[in-house]
Design a protein around this ligand. Structure first.
Ligand SMILES: CC(=O)SCCNC(=O)CCNC(=O)[C@H](O)C(C)(C)COP(=O)(O)OP(=O)(O)OC[C@H]1O[C@@H](n2cnc3c(N)ncnc32)[C@H](O)[C@@H]1OP(=O)(O)O
Ligand SMILES: N[C@@H](CCO)C(=O)O
Length: 351
């Protein structure tokens, strides 16, 4: 049975920035049973707006008879620190003031997040993670963790992600934060401050999660009629609205900043040297139409991790293909996890 629990870290927690959190909590789920020799742990790091309920957003990979099966595996997924699905984040109460942190929540890095995850790992009595897997932001965190604690992870799977945030991705995130800043409510100390701006930010972000082709397929008008609102326009409105119902602008701000600071080479002698520290057997997966984390980024990661291989999946969807193309993902994961021979895959040579 999938169980949700809260881990309370009561000691002071020093962040990479030097700032302090007086403690934190992580909301996490476990699914399946830890076996006697504790060798069946699968740890999942979720993407930007994901949560600890992995079955809700990666259903094709997790469940009975699937690649990660709770009958065989002990599956753990924690909501990221800074998030809004049960872990300590900007809407949590600051014990020093008795009020929500909101704008004063310290800026976190992926290193802070994986240090919090590692505290949870120790609390759960897990010595080694058999498979550590994450996509997008979750892939950044999984890689950061495999470098920070190389002995902890046996197998690493990084999907549609990178070793450092590109200028392109930072520019996209900054533009989205500018949309939040334009919202007159953003300065208010309320849970819903900046929510209109966040609607716009999500609409902008979607353009980098998908691509020209995906919109042509799903949002093309069938006729030439003059309309007040075209399909693609109402789709953008709907996506903004959908996120506004389940997220907040403070966490949006926080997690985009977290992605922007992602650079596994920081304080480790550079990217190449950091990647060489990964001891885990590694599978790096890219999406051939990803505009946000293009294939050259996964190629770079796979190139420098000693025991790494790169596989490319095809998607019409762009970056979000990492959530949608679970049949292809399952094929590559099953092959990797069972040490089978790969069939030849197509890797574009021009980026
Ligand atoms: C309980 C939960 O919330 S679990 C999910 C938590 N979220 C995560 O974990 C983040 C990861 N997941 C995601 O980012 C997304 O869910 C994805 C990428 C997997 C899929 O994206 P979706 O938005 O569901 O798919 P898609 O782009 O096809 O859009 C479909 C939606 O747009 C709507 N839509 C499509 N075209 C239009 C249009 N022209 N005008 C208005 N609405 C439209 C559909 O009705 C549908 O709406 P619904 O989701 O409210 O039912
Ligand atoms: N669809 C993903 C995009 C970021 O990887 C999300 O909302 O988390």
């Amino acid at each position: 049975m999938l169980k949700g629990r809260v881990y309370n870290h009561t000691e002071e927690f020093t962040l990479e920035s030097g700032q302090l959190l007086p403690g934190f909590q992580l909301f996490y789920t476990t699914w399946g049973t830890l076996n006697e020799d504790r060798s069946n742990v699968v740890w999942v790091c979720h993407a930007f707006t994901g949560n600890a309920f992995v079955k809700d957003w990666w259903e094709g990979l997790f469940g009975e008879g699937k690649t990660f099966d709770p009958a065989k595996h002990f599956i753990v997924c924690a909501n990221t620190l800074g998030g809004c699905y049960g872990s300590t984040g900007p809407l949590s109460i600051n014990p020093d003031t008795g009020k929500p942190y909101y704008h004063s929540f310290p800026t976190l890095t992926n290193l802070d997040v994986v240090r919090s995850f590692d505290a949870l790992r120790q609390h759960l009595g897990i010595e080694q993670i058999n498979v550590l897997i994450g996509g997008s932001l979750g892939g950044q965190q999984a890689l950061e963790w495999a470098i920070e604690n190389p002995q902890v992870t046996k197998k690493l799977v990084q999907v549609a992600s990178n070793a450092r945030q590109s200028p392109w991705a930072i520019a996209l995130n900054e533009s989205q934060r500018m949309a939040i800043e334009q919202d007159v409510t953003w300065q208010l100390a309320t849970d819903d401050a900046g929510l209109n701006g966040m609607r716009t930010a999500r609409s902008m972000a979607l353009l980098s999660y998908r691509n020209y082709h995906a919109y042509n397929q799903s949002q093309r008008e069938h006729g030439p009629e003059l309309k007040r609102t075209y399909k693609a326009a109402s789709y953008q409105q709907h996506q903004g609205e959908k996120l506004a119902k389940r997220f907040n602008a403070f966490t949006y701000w926080q997690l985009t900043k977290m992605m922007d600071s992602h650079h596994v080479g920081r304080n480790r002698g550079g990217l190449e040297q950091a990647l060489r520290q990964v001891q885990a057997e590694t599978l790096v997966i890219g999406v051939d139409t990803d505009l946000l984390f293009p294939l050259n980024e996964q190629k770079f990661v796979a190139n420098y991790i000693p025991k790494a291989q790169l596989q490319v999946i095809h998607s019409e969807a762009g970056h979000d293909g990492f959530l949608l193309e679970t049949v292809q993902l399952a094929h590559h994961l099953d092959t990797f996890l069972q040490n089978k021979q790969y069939r030849k895959t197509w890797i574009p040579t021009v980026f």
